[in-house]
Design a protein around this ligand. Sequence first.
Ligand code: NAD
Ligand code: TDX
Length: 351
Amino acid sequence: MKHVLVTGGSGFIGTNFIHYVHKNKPDWHIFNLDALTYAGNPANHSHLEDDPRYTFIHGNICDADLLTRLFDSHGFDGVFHFAAESHVDRSIAGPEVFLHTNVTGTFRLLEASLAHVRKNTEKPFRFVHVSTDEVYGSLGVDDPAFTETTPFDPSSPYSASKAASDHFVKAWYKTFGLPVVVTNCSNNYGPFQFPEKLIPLMVLNILDKKPLPVYGKGQNIRDWLYVADHCDALLRAFEKGESGQTYNIGGGVEKSNLEVVKTICELVDARTGRPDGSSRELITFVADRPGHDIRYAINPDKSFEKIGYRAGHSFEQALSATIDWYLENMDWVRSVQTGAYREWIKSHYET
Ligand code: NAD
Ligand code: TDX
């Protein structure tokens, strides 16, 4: 059995990753360390509660003593580090927790991993750091896509904290020889995404017939990555990647926010039997996000050549499947819309 530590495994991507690995790696025992912030939901794994290949640990990645105990008792073969504060708008409203979790938390994990590697010199080990394309900053509409050598130029407190964490991870490779791989991916979408992010927020607002708040003119462009493709890429980075390397992971689907929102309107209208075009009327242009990056785009060449990753899902089909998932899981939706969630929506959108 391989013992694998997944941090932040009760959030959006971590949940999908644990489900993916549980299905595809029958000889892996997954240890999910999650602090269960507003974004973490342990019920995402309720079907694994009694499974001998899954262990949940409620704890914080900043807790050095806990990390030492976990590494000593379970002898991890690898770490997939997802845990983070992940929402750009929240980082603008309250940046400090981003520094604690994304920078200090990553540092503590690196320290615990290095101590473990030094005690177990014969045992293979790998640390996969899950990061974002936002570290590279903003592209103009005609600029070439980000490559792994594009200089870092983060815009938001969130992306600054992720950029710092990426530098720490690389430093632990260069200075201490910790076997790390860094992945920088584009905007994910799919099941279990917390409804503060663009796609689920729009789906749920349409269902509730609420305004669809599009920042600025809606012309900002994102590269949309279906979360199942991302999970495949992460496993490839773990198994085929080279230590000390970065791999950019994209979906190959560049769309403006307005295009995405209009497509969601059409799909939800069709799925719910509402008159075609009725949801579009809910689109409302609101004040732009400060420091709003214009465009992200990923050059996929290195990931294809080195780890054999290529995005496999079409945007329309995967978006449609995502919308179906939300429609079929309204209990999940209502359960994550706690008081803290409602407070965020009120303070961010209703002032
Ligand atoms: P998320 O916000 O949905 O989940 C984060 C998880 O981390 C939650 O379960 C939360 O409880 C947990 N967590 C937060 N602070 C913690 C702490 N101090 N200790 C332990 N657990 C803690 O995030 P996500 O969208 O699943 O993103 C996962 C990772 O992928 C993040 O590192 C993010 O920066 C990166 N990423 C996300 C996207 C995207 O589109 N969602 C794109 C690029 C990169
Ligand atoms: O209400 C909204 N209206 C709107 O126009 C929201 C929430 C977003 N937007 C815009 C802002 C962005 O241009 O939609 C785009 C996508 O926004 P988010 O879903 O907040 O994602 P983004 O800021 O691009 O960051 C996401 O992808 C990269 C994740 O949240 C990050 O964790 C990841 O690193």
